[in-house]
Write a protein that binds this ligand. Structure first.
Ligand code: SF4
Ligand code: SF4
Length: 338
Protein backbone atom coordinates (compact mmCIF):
# COMPACT_ATOMS: atom_id res chain seq x y z
CA UNK A 1 0.00 0.00 0.00
CA UNK A 2 1.24 3.49 -0.77
CA UNK A 3 1.59 5.72 2.33
CA UNK A 4 -0.82 8.32 0.88
CA UNK A 5 -3.68 5.84 1.33
CA UNK A 6 -2.91 4.97 4.96
CA UNK A 7 -5.08 7.54 6.75
CA UNK A 8 -8.06 6.98 4.49
CA UNK A 9 -7.75 3.24 4.97
CA UNK A 10 -7.68 3.63 8.77
CA UNK A 11 -10.71 5.93 8.48
CA UNK A 12 -12.54 3.12 6.65
CA UNK A 13 -11.93 0.78 9.61
CA UNK A 14 -14.38 2.74 11.78
CA UNK A 15 -16.96 0.28 10.50
CA UNK A 16 -15.21 -2.39 12.61
CA UNK A 17 -15.04 -0.39 15.84
CA UNK A 18 -13.85 2.76 17.54
CA UNK A 19 -10.31 3.62 16.46
CA UNK A 20 -7.67 3.69 19.20
CA UNK A 21 -3.97 4.39 18.78
CA UNK A 22 -0.99 6.42 20.01
CA UNK A 23 -2.17 10.03 20.30
CA UNK A 24 -0.90 12.99 22.29
CA UNK A 25 -3.02 14.19 25.18
CA UNK A 26 -1.75 17.13 27.29
CA UNK A 27 1.69 16.58 25.82
CA UNK A 28 1.82 12.88 26.71
CA UNK A 29 1.73 10.14 24.07
CA UNK A 30 -0.76 7.46 25.09
CA UNK A 31 -2.95 4.75 23.62
CA UNK A 32 -6.34 6.44 23.55
CA UNK A 33 -9.52 6.88 21.56
CA UNK A 34 -8.69 8.63 18.28
CA UNK A 35 -10.74 11.74 17.47
CA UNK A 36 -9.21 12.22 14.02
CA UNK A 37 -6.93 9.73 12.21
CA UNK A 38 -4.37 12.44 11.44
CA UNK A 39 -3.54 12.70 15.15
CA UNK A 40 -2.21 9.12 15.32
CA UNK A 41 1.56 9.25 15.96
CA UNK A 42 3.58 6.40 14.47
CA UNK A 43 7.27 6.00 13.51
CA UNK A 44 8.73 7.54 16.66
CA UNK A 45 8.25 7.70 20.40
CA UNK A 46 6.20 4.89 21.95
CA UNK A 47 3.58 5.43 24.68
CA UNK A 48 5.00 4.82 28.18
CA UNK A 49 1.84 3.09 29.42
CA UNK A 50 1.55 -0.02 27.25
CA UNK A 51 -1.41 -1.20 25.20
CA UNK A 52 -2.26 -3.70 27.98
CA UNK A 53 -4.34 -0.93 29.58
CA UNK A 54 -6.98 -1.37 26.85
CA UNK A 55 -7.40 -5.05 27.79
CA UNK A 56 -6.55 -5.02 31.48
CA UNK A 57 -7.68 -1.49 32.48
CA UNK A 58 -6.01 0.41 35.32
CA UNK A 59 -9.34 0.59 37.15
CA UNK A 60 -12.89 -0.54 36.40
CA UNK A 61 -16.07 -1.81 38.03
CA UNK A 62 -16.36 -5.60 37.93
CA UNK A 63 -19.95 -5.86 39.17
CA UNK A 64 -22.73 -4.30 41.21
CA UNK A 65 -24.18 -6.23 44.14
CA UNK A 66 -27.12 -6.03 46.48
CA UNK A 67 -28.92 -8.39 48.85
CA UNK A 68 -30.20 -10.49 45.90
CA UNK A 69 -26.85 -11.15 44.20
CA UNK A 70 -24.52 -9.51 41.72
CA UNK A 71 -24.62 -8.22 38.13
CA UNK A 72 -21.41 -8.15 36.04
CA UNK A 73 -20.56 -4.75 34.59
CA UNK A 74 -19.30 -5.00 31.00
CA UNK A 75 -20.37 -1.45 30.13
CA UNK A 76 -16.85 -0.23 29.36
CA UNK A 77 -16.28 -2.90 26.67
CA UNK A 78 -16.74 -1.70 23.09
CA UNK A 79 -15.63 -2.78 19.62
CA UNK A 80 -12.14 -1.35 19.12
CA UNK A 81 -9.65 -1.18 16.27
CA UNK A 82 -6.26 -0.54 17.88
CA UNK A 83 -3.79 0.96 15.42
CA UNK A 84 -0.03 1.19 15.77
CA UNK A 85 0.82 -1.73 18.07
CA UNK A 86 4.53 -2.66 17.71
CA UNK A 87 5.76 -6.28 17.58
CA UNK A 88 6.94 -6.44 21.22
CA UNK A 89 3.54 -5.32 22.50
CA UNK A 90 1.73 -7.85 20.32
CA UNK A 91 3.94 -10.45 22.01
CA UNK A 92 3.00 -8.97 25.39
CA UNK A 93 -0.69 -9.53 24.64
CA UNK A 94 0.07 -13.15 23.73
CA UNK A 95 1.82 -13.47 27.13
CA UNK A 96 -1.21 -11.94 28.89
CA UNK A 97 -3.44 -14.41 27.03
CA UNK A 98 -1.52 -17.23 28.74
CA UNK A 99 -2.46 -15.78 32.13
CA UNK A 100 -5.98 -14.44 31.63
CA UNK A 101 -7.35 -16.92 29.08
CA UNK A 102 -6.35 -20.02 31.02
CA UNK A 103 -9.10 -21.75 32.99
CA UNK A 104 -10.76 -20.10 34.77
CA UNK A 105 -10.90 -17.51 32.00
CA UNK A 106 -11.01 -13.86 33.08
CA UNK A 107 -14.30 -12.78 31.40
CA UNK A 108 -13.40 -9.08 31.39
CA UNK A 109 -10.08 -9.61 29.62
CA UNK A 110 -11.61 -12.21 27.27
CA UNK A 111 -14.38 -9.82 26.19
CA UNK A 112 -11.85 -7.03 25.57
CA UNK A 113 -9.80 -9.41 23.40
CA UNK A 114 -12.86 -10.68 21.49
CA UNK A 115 -13.96 -7.11 20.73
CA UNK A 116 -10.59 -5.70 19.66
CA UNK A 117 -8.81 -5.79 16.32
CA UNK A 118 -5.03 -5.31 16.33
CA UNK A 119 -3.42 -3.28 13.54
CA UNK A 120 0.29 -3.80 14.12
CA UNK A 121 2.91 -1.35 12.93
CA UNK A 122 6.65 -1.75 12.46
CA UNK A 123 9.06 0.22 14.63
CA UNK A 124 12.72 1.08 14.76
CA UNK A 125 14.55 0.33 18.03
CA UNK A 126 15.13 3.11 20.51
CA UNK A 127 18.26 3.35 22.66
CA UNK A 128 16.78 1.10 25.38
CA UNK A 129 15.02 -1.50 23.24
CA UNK A 130 16.37 -5.04 23.44
CA UNK A 131 13.50 -7.01 21.90
CA UNK A 132 15.96 -8.76 19.61
CA UNK A 133 17.46 -10.41 22.71
CA UNK A 134 14.03 -11.56 23.87
CA UNK A 135 12.99 -12.78 20.40
CA UNK A 136 10.08 -10.32 20.21
CA UNK A 137 11.40 -7.98 17.51
CA UNK A 138 9.23 -9.56 14.84
CA UNK A 139 5.78 -11.08 15.07
CA UNK A 140 4.01 -13.78 13.12
CA UNK A 141 0.67 -13.99 14.95
CA UNK A 142 -1.53 -11.99 17.27
CA UNK A 143 -2.57 -9.29 14.78
CA UNK A 144 -5.29 -8.76 12.19
CA UNK A 145 -3.15 -6.58 9.94
CA UNK A 146 0.48 -5.59 10.30
CA UNK A 147 2.01 -2.65 8.44
CA UNK A 148 5.76 -2.57 7.78
CA UNK A 149 6.86 0.93 6.82
CA UNK A 150 9.37 0.52 3.98
CA UNK A 151 9.34 4.24 3.12
CA UNK A 152 8.07 4.11 -0.46
CA UNK A 153 5.30 1.69 0.46
CA UNK A 154 3.84 -0.39 3.26
CA UNK A 155 4.28 -4.13 3.23
CA UNK A 156 1.03 -5.37 4.80
CA UNK A 157 0.70 -8.75 6.46
CA UNK A 158 -2.80 -10.16 6.85
CA UNK A 159 -3.09 -12.15 10.09
CA UNK A 160 -6.75 -13.12 10.35
CA UNK A 161 -10.01 -13.40 8.43
CA UNK A 162 -11.05 -10.12 10.05
CA UNK A 163 -7.90 -8.54 8.64
CA UNK A 164 -8.85 -9.90 5.23
CA UNK A 165 -12.32 -8.32 5.54
CA UNK A 166 -10.63 -5.03 6.40
CA UNK A 167 -8.51 -5.19 3.26
CA UNK A 168 -11.67 -5.75 1.22
CA UNK A 169 -12.96 -2.36 2.47
CA UNK A 170 -10.41 -0.63 0.20
CA UNK A 171 -9.20 -3.48 -1.98
CA UNK A 172 -7.94 -1.09 -4.66
CA UNK A 173 -5.33 0.31 -2.21
CA UNK A 174 -3.57 -3.05 -2.00
CA UNK A 175 -1.45 -4.78 -4.60
CA UNK A 176 -1.06 -8.52 -4.13
CA UNK A 177 1.80 -8.78 -6.63
CA UNK A 178 4.93 -8.84 -4.53
CA UNK A 179 7.97 -8.36 -6.75
CA UNK A 180 11.52 -9.53 -6.22
CA UNK A 181 12.48 -5.87 -5.61
CA UNK A 182 9.83 -5.62 -2.88
CA UNK A 183 11.31 -8.64 -1.14
CA UNK A 184 14.81 -7.16 -1.42
CA UNK A 185 13.55 -3.88 0.07
CA UNK A 186 12.06 -5.80 2.98
CA UNK A 187 15.25 -7.80 3.59
CA UNK A 188 17.32 -4.61 3.49
CA UNK A 189 14.95 -2.97 5.96
CA UNK A 190 15.25 -5.95 8.32
CA UNK A 191 19.05 -5.94 8.11
CA UNK A 192 19.28 -2.17 8.67
CA UNK A 193 16.92 -2.44 11.64
CA UNK A 194 18.92 -5.28 13.19
CA UNK A 195 22.01 -3.06 13.14
CA UNK A 196 20.21 -0.28 15.03
CA UNK A 197 19.98 -2.21 18.31
CA UNK A 198 22.32 -0.68 20.87
CA UNK A 199 21.55 -3.05 23.71
CA UNK A 200 21.69 -6.83 23.73
CA UNK A 201 22.38 -9.62 26.14
CA UNK A 202 22.12 -13.38 26.43
CA UNK A 203 18.57 -13.72 27.67
CA UNK A 204 18.52 -17.51 27.25
CA UNK A 205 20.94 -18.01 30.12
CA UNK A 206 18.89 -15.90 32.55
CA UNK A 207 16.72 -18.72 33.99
CA UNK A 208 19.88 -20.55 35.10
CA UNK A 209 21.47 -17.36 36.38
CA UNK A 210 18.34 -16.51 38.38
CA UNK A 211 18.37 -19.98 39.92
CA UNK A 212 22.03 -19.67 40.86
CA UNK A 213 21.57 -16.15 42.25
CA UNK A 214 18.87 -16.84 44.80
CA UNK A 215 21.14 -16.01 47.74
CA UNK A 216 23.16 -13.32 45.97
CA UNK A 217 23.99 -10.07 47.86
CA UNK A 218 22.98 -8.29 44.64
CA UNK A 219 19.36 -8.34 45.85
CA UNK A 220 20.26 -6.48 49.06
CA UNK A 221 22.26 -3.97 47.03
CA UNK A 222 19.29 -3.16 44.79
CA UNK A 223 16.92 -3.24 47.79
CA UNK A 224 18.98 -0.42 49.30
CA UNK A 225 18.13 1.72 46.30
CA UNK A 226 14.57 0.65 45.42
CA UNK A 227 11.78 3.07 46.43
CA UNK A 228 8.97 0.45 46.21
CA UNK A 229 7.15 2.94 43.99
CA UNK A 230 5.83 0.23 41.65
CA UNK A 231 6.43 2.29 38.49
CA UNK A 232 8.23 -0.67 36.91
CA UNK A 233 5.04 -2.75 37.19
CA UNK A 234 2.77 0.00 35.88
CA UNK A 235 4.78 0.45 32.66
CA UNK A 236 5.63 -3.22 32.07
CA UNK A 237 3.45 -4.65 29.26
CA UNK A 238 3.35 -8.10 30.88
CA UNK A 239 2.75 -7.19 34.55
CA UNK A 240 -0.80 -8.26 35.27
CA UNK A 241 -1.37 -8.21 39.04
CA UNK A 242 -4.50 -6.54 40.31
CA UNK A 243 -6.44 -6.17 43.52
CA UNK A 244 -10.13 -5.65 44.21
CA UNK A 245 -12.04 -3.60 46.73
CA UNK A 246 -15.73 -3.45 47.58
CA UNK A 247 -17.30 -0.01 47.71
CA UNK A 248 -20.45 -0.13 49.85
CA UNK A 249 -23.41 2.18 49.78
CA UNK A 250 -25.08 1.72 53.16
CA UNK A 251 -27.29 4.78 52.92
CA UNK A 252 -30.37 2.75 51.94
CA UNK A 253 -30.58 -0.91 50.95
CA UNK A 254 -27.21 -2.66 51.36
CA UNK A 255 -25.63 -2.50 47.92
CA UNK A 256 -22.36 -1.59 46.28
CA UNK A 257 -19.83 -2.40 43.62
CA UNK A 258 -16.55 -4.26 43.30
CA UNK A 259 -13.69 -2.28 41.77
CA UNK A 260 -10.59 -3.83 40.27
CA UNK A 261 -7.33 -1.94 39.79
CA UNK A 262 -3.66 -2.53 39.04
CA UNK A 263 -1.42 -3.70 41.86
CA UNK A 264 2.30 -4.44 42.08
CA UNK A 265 4.31 -7.06 43.91
CA UNK A 266 6.79 -4.22 44.53
CA UNK A 267 4.34 -2.63 47.02
CA UNK A 268 5.02 -3.48 50.67
CA UNK A 269 1.44 -4.55 51.43
CA UNK A 270 1.10 -6.79 48.35
CA UNK A 271 1.86 -9.97 50.33
CA UNK A 272 0.32 -8.83 53.62
CA UNK A 273 -2.26 -11.35 54.84
CA UNK A 274 -4.82 -11.52 57.63
CA UNK A 275 -3.13 -11.69 61.01
CA UNK A 276 -0.47 -9.19 59.94
CA UNK A 277 2.03 -11.62 58.39
CA UNK A 278 3.82 -10.34 55.30
CA UNK A 279 5.38 -13.00 53.07
CA UNK A 280 7.59 -10.44 51.36
CA UNK A 281 8.05 -7.68 53.86
CA UNK A 282 11.70 -7.29 52.83
CA UNK A 283 12.28 -5.17 49.74
CA UNK A 284 15.00 -7.56 48.53
CA UNK A 285 12.45 -10.40 48.49
CA UNK A 286 10.03 -8.33 46.42
CA UNK A 287 12.71 -7.43 43.88
CA UNK A 288 13.80 -11.05 43.67
CA UNK A 289 10.20 -12.12 43.03
CA UNK A 290 9.68 -9.52 40.27
CA UNK A 291 12.84 -10.41 38.36
CA UNK A 292 12.54 -14.16 38.93
CA UNK A 293 9.04 -14.03 37.51
CA UNK A 294 10.13 -12.03 34.45
CA UNK A 295 13.24 -14.00 33.59
CA UNK A 296 12.67 -17.51 34.92
CA UNK A 297 9.31 -18.53 36.42
CA UNK A 298 7.10 -17.43 33.49
CA UNK A 299 9.41 -19.19 31.05
CA UNK A 300 9.24 -22.38 33.13
CA UNK A 301 5.44 -22.26 32.98
CA UNK A 302 4.83 -21.02 29.43
CA UNK A 303 8.09 -21.60 27.55
CA UNK A 304 8.84 -17.88 27.03
CA UNK A 305 10.11 -15.16 29.38
CA UNK A 306 7.68 -12.53 30.64
CA UNK A 307 10.05 -9.78 29.48
CA UNK A 308 9.48 -8.64 25.89
CA UNK A 309 12.44 -6.26 25.81
CA UNK A 310 10.47 -3.01 25.46
CA UNK A 311 12.89 -1.05 27.66
CA UNK A 312 10.15 0.75 29.61
CA UNK A 313 11.60 -0.27 33.00
CA UNK A 314 14.94 1.14 31.79
CA UNK A 315 13.36 4.48 31.02
CA UNK A 316 11.12 4.64 34.07
CA UNK A 317 12.84 3.46 37.25
CA UNK A 318 14.06 6.57 39.09
CA UNK A 319 17.01 4.70 40.64
CA UNK A 320 18.20 2.72 37.61
CA UNK A 321 16.93 -0.72 38.57
CA UNK A 322 15.82 -2.57 35.45
CA UNK A 323 16.24 -5.80 33.51
CA UNK A 324 19.54 -4.63 32.05
CA UNK A 325 21.19 -3.45 35.28
CA UNK A 326 19.93 -6.46 37.25
CA UNK A 327 21.00 -8.95 34.57
CA UNK A 328 24.40 -7.33 34.29
CA UNK A 329 24.96 -7.38 38.05
CA UNK A 330 23.83 -11.01 38.35
CA UNK A 331 25.93 -12.08 35.39
CA UNK A 332 29.04 -10.48 36.81
CA UNK A 333 28.06 -11.71 40.27
CA UNK A 334 29.45 -8.62 41.90
CA UNK A 335 27.85 -5.81 43.82
CA UNK A 336 28.05 -2.66 41.66
CA UNK A 337 30.06 0.26 43.07
CA UNK A 338 27.96 2.70 45.15
S1 SF4 B 1 12.64 -1.06 40.90
FE1 SF4 B 1 12.54 1.15 40.46
S2 SF4 B 1 10.53 1.51 39.52
FE2 SF4 B 1 10.46 -0.54 40.50
S3 SF4 B 1 9.64 -0.17 42.56
FE3 SF4 B 1 11.88 -0.06 42.77
S4 SF4 B 1 12.37 2.13 42.48
FE4 SF4 B 1 10.26 1.85 41.73
S1 SF4 C 1 10.70 -6.11 32.31
FE1 SF4 C 1 11.18 -4.05 31.47
S2 SF4 C 1 11.94 -4.40 29.38
FE2 SF4 C 1 10.94 -6.31 30.06
S3 SF4 C 1 8.82 -6.14 29.29
FE3 SF4 C 1 8.81 -5.33 31.40
S4 SF4 C 1 9.15 -3.10 31.19
FE4 SF4 C 1 9.70 -4.07 29.20
Amino acid sequence: MQPKFFQEFIESLKRFGTIYGPVRRNGVLKYDRVESVDEIELDGERPMIPVKKLFHPMKFNMFQFDKDGFTPDYSSIEKKVIVGVPPCEIHSLLRLDEVFMEQPVDPYYAKQRENSAIIGYSCLPGDDCFCKSTGTDIVEEGFDLFFVNLGEFYLVWVGSSLGHDMVLEREDYFDENVTHEDIEDYIEWRQARDKMFKVSFDFKSMPDIMELSYGSPIWDYFAGKCLSCGQCSMVCPTCNCYTVTDVLDVSSEPEGRRERFWDSCMFVDYSLVAGGHNFRGARADRLKLWYTHKMKAFANEYGKPACIGCGRCVRTCPVDINVLTVAEALTKMEVPAQ
